[in-house]
Ligand binder design. Structure first.
Ligand SMILES: [Zn+2]
Length: 54
């Protein structure tokens, strides 16, 4: 959490920071939630999550 109370996650596709509280695009993979800046990043992840999940 940062000073403004945001919980920041990193979009694994484009490396952008995404606020978990306002993120519209997310996917669960192996018990972990991943957040995305756009539906395009989410669909890229969903096609091949094993490639991007760490
Ligand atoms: Zn993205």
């Amino acid at each position: 959490m940062n000073l403004r109370g945001e919980i920041l996650a990193k979009d694994p596709i484009c490396d952008m920071t995404v606020d978990e509280k306002t993120a519209k695009f997310k996917s669960d993979y192996k018990g972990k939630t991943y957040y995305f800046c756009s539906s395009a990043c989410k669909s890229t992840f969903d096609k091949n999550p094993g490639k991007y999940a760490k």
